[in-house]
Structures are given as structure tokens and as C-alpha cells.
Design a binder for this molecule. Structure first.
Ligand SMILES: [Zn+2]
Length: 404
């Protein structure tokens, strides 16, 4: 059983501003995938299509889920080829028993590309902006300083054919940030997440970094923003953020080094770093609501960030970036959520500890409050919906109740 990666094909799109790189993958049982990437014409000369690194990393989990060896007609960078077969595949099949220990079979590519840029993603979230400050504005070593920011359609915007539109609504926010602070901007659209249909949380590093491996003639270092500090390293397949420091080394090449950025900082420390830069913090956007125009102040990520800012004594930033009235009105519920989750969720433990260290008094009502936050209610509703969908008996009961 195998996936055969064929030769890529590059063509200019009609309007001339973009190029499309297409790659055909032949999969057993007569199935095939046509994977594409749309690249701005200003970056097309930097494509490293001599190697199949991108496609191998993008399809690694897919191949392991379906027990397919990956065979490539193009060579794979030697460091990547060795690390995949000798470290990453055994590691993944060790931590997730539903993944098969498959093989990547290709010729090794021993050459190097000469990229001379450093980059990171620009979603304007806490991990992203803290990386821009840490390795961009405050980086001491000039050859390691970020000069390019990216926004890639590789899964965050959903797995459906229409996700390109959703992704486009976020492009202008990122482009404006780059223009204001003098960074080059690279944005790439792709159907990689539509084809692989991965659970995004457990595959985001693979999807994003595989796409960046297309640009080994441009980047020599790419900072992948870490979700959890290295102190919380865990061989936990649910989210590569737990094991990114190991993973990023396995999927780097001699030409492109992936670094788990700010992995020595907690989320509260990252928030503090951003809050110390008034011109940057204005752009902070953490919201999960899907509306790119503002932070809703009600979703779990907005709540988490507002609480961190309060713990740091930065209510002024809450007022600038969030809706302070919504925060005031729901503060007891938000604090209560933090108290209930401080023992098993890293972020809430950090916020709680910072509040205690800074002598912030937590309202007594928060300890006895039983009213849920709005996002908890939405989560309950969605869980009930999926339970009803998956259980014919539950669906029957729900229908009976509705017909009364
Ligand atoms: Zn929100």
C-alpha cells in the first residue's frame, strides 16, 4: 500500500498576480489527490520544487493513518528523509497506536538552497505577536531577525472548498500589520487541509511547516510560534504544541531551520511582552468568533487573554483591545471559569498564579458562582447536538420531545 508523489507542475494564473503549483498524488485503490498551492508572483522564484519535502510532510499523518508508504519521484532533503524514517515516524506510532510505522522512500537530496530571510506567521494572536517582538523588533542577532510575515490557508479556516473566502477575510488585517511595521508579507492559499481532512488541532504544525518547505530558497529560519512552553513538553498527539521542539527539528532541512519560538515564555509572559509595546498591542486579535474585525470578548480565547491582562494589571489594554463593558459585566463568571480550570489547564494555572503573585483579589462570588460563561453554554449545546447526531436512540428521544 502506497502513496506515489508525482512531479509538480507550475502555471501562471490568468490575472498574472499568482502562480499555481499543482502536484498529483496517486493513492492505492484507484484514489488520487490533486494538491495545489497559490503563490504570489513575487515569491515564485523562491520555490524549491527540486525536492518533494512539502508533500511528504503534508501527507505524513495521512499515510500513517492509512498504512501507506510514501514513495516520491522527486528527491527529499537528506536530513528530513533520515529524521522522518529514523525518529519522527517511530515517535508518532509510539504515542498514537492508530498510526502505522510506514516508510518514506525517495532519493536523498544533498544540496542546499540559499535562503536569506527569517519569518513567522502573522495571525495577530498572542503567540504570533510575541514572536514578532521577540525575534523581530528585539532580536539581537541580525541574521536571525524576522523580516517576513506569513498568512497561510492550511487548515485554520476550515476544511471545506469555500474556506479560501474565509481565509481572504483575514489577509488584509495581516497585510496592514506588515505595511505598518515594515515587514515583507507572504500569503499562500492551498487545498492541503481540504484533501487531508486532519483534525486541525493535532496537525497544525505539519500543515503549516510543510507549506513553508516550498520556500527554502527564501527562508533559512522560520519561527513557528509555540502554543505551550517547553517546560510543558509532552508526547501528546492531541496537539503538536506539546512536542513541537522535537517535531520541528525532525522536519527541518539543511536549508530551512524551524524554531519553536518563545518556548521559554509562559502565555502570561508573552501577553506582558505584547502589552509593553503600545503600537503592537493595538493589533492583538485572539478571537475565535470568526469575525476578523474585532475581539468578541466572549469566546474562550478572548476571556483567557482579558484575564491575563487583568492579572498583569493592564485593564487599560483590555479597554483598548476588547469590550471593557462586556468584561465588567461577566468578570465574576470569567474568574469562576479560571478557578474551575486552574488545576488542569496550563493557561488558567498561569493566570491564577500571576493574580496571586501580584496580590490581585479574586471576588468571593467567583468561588461560589454556578453560572456558566457564554462559550461554555455554546460548547454544551454543540456537544448535545453531536450526541443526538451520533446516537439513533438520543435522536428519537429528541424528536419525541420536540413533537410534543
Ligand atoms: Zn472572541
Amino acid at each position: 500500500m502506497q502513496i506515489l508523489i508525482k512531479q509538480p507542475h507550475l502555471e501562471k494564473l490568468p490575472k498574472g498576480e499568482k502562480w499555481r503549483l499543482t502536484i498529483h498524488l496517486e493513492i492505492e485503490k484507484g484514489e488520487s489527490h490533486t494538491l495545489w498551492y497559490e503563490i504570489p508572483s513575487t515569491f515564485v522564484d523562491y520555490l524549491s520544487t527540486e525536492v518533494a519535502d512539502t508533500f511528504v510532510v503534508a501527507y505524513l499523518l495521512y499515510a500513517m493513518q492509512h498504512k501507506y508508504d510514501i514513495i516520491s519521484e522527486r528527491p527529499v532533503s537528506s536530513h528530513l528523509l533520515a529524521m522522518l524514517n529514523e525518529y519522527l515516524i517511530p515517535f508518532l506510532s509510539g504515542i498514537n497506536k492508530s498510526l502505522y510505522p510506514v516508510k518514506v522512500i525517495a532519493q536523498e537530496y544533498t544540496g542546499t538552497f540559499n535562503g536569506n530571510h527569517c519569518g513567522t506567521g502573522i495571525s495577530c494572536g498572542v503567540d504570533s505577536l510575541s514572536t514578532v517582538i521577540y525575534h523581530g523588533m528585539e532580536e539581537q542577532v541580525s541574521s536571525r531577525r524576522i523580516d517576513t510575515l506569513t498568512l497561510l490557508n492550511t487548515g485554520y479556516y476550515g476544511h471545506n472548498e469555500g474556506n479560501s473566502e474565509h481565509y481572504q477575510s483575514y489577509v488584509s488585517q495581516s497585510a496592514q500589520f506588515c505595511k505598518k511595521f515594515g515587514y515583507a508579507f507572504l500569503t499562500v492559499d492551498s487545498n492541503v487541509s481540504n484533501l487531508t481532512q486532519y483534525d486541525f488541532l493535532s496537525a497544525h504544525t505539519y500543515l503549516t511547516c510543510s507549506t513553508l518547505l516550498l520556500f527554502q530558497k527564501y527562508f533559512h529560519t522560520y519561527y513557528y510560534a509555540s502554543g505551550y512552553p517547553v517546560f510543558n513538553f509532552e508526547p501528546n498527539f492531541k496537539d503538536p504544541a506539546y512536542y513541537d521542539t522535537f517535531l520541528l527539528n525532525c522536519i527541518s532541512t539543511a536549508s530551512l531551520d524551524f524554531v519553536s519560538s518563545c518556548s521559554v515564555l509562559s502565555r502570561v509572559e508573552k501577553t506582558k511582552l505584547i502589552a509593553a509595546h503600545p503600537d503592537v498591542v493595538k493589533h492583538l486579535y485572539v478571537c475565535l468568533s470568526g469575525d476578523a474585525t474585532h475581539n468578541c470578548s466572549k469566546c474562550e480565547k478572548c476571556v483567557r487573554t482579558m484575564l491575563a491582562l487583568e492579572a498583569l494589571g493592564r485593564r487599560d489594554v483590555i479597554a483598548d483591545v476588547f469590550d471593557i463593558e462586556i468584561y465588567r459585566k461577566n468578570r465574576v463568571r470569567y474568574m469562576s471559569y479560571m478557578l474551575r480550570n486552574r488545576r488542569h489547564k496550563v493557561y488558567y494555572k498561569e493566570i491564577y498564579d500571576t493574580m496571586r503573585e501580584n496580590g490581585l483579589s479574586i471576588p468571593a462570588l467567583a468561588y461560589i458562582n454556578i453560572l456558566p460563561c457564554q462559550f461554555e453554554l455554546t460548547n454544551y449545546k454543540n456537544r448535545v447536538k453531536s450526541l443526538v447526531k451520533s446516537s439513533p436512540l438520543a435522536e428519537k428521544i429528541a424528536r419525541k420531545m420536540l413533537s410534543r
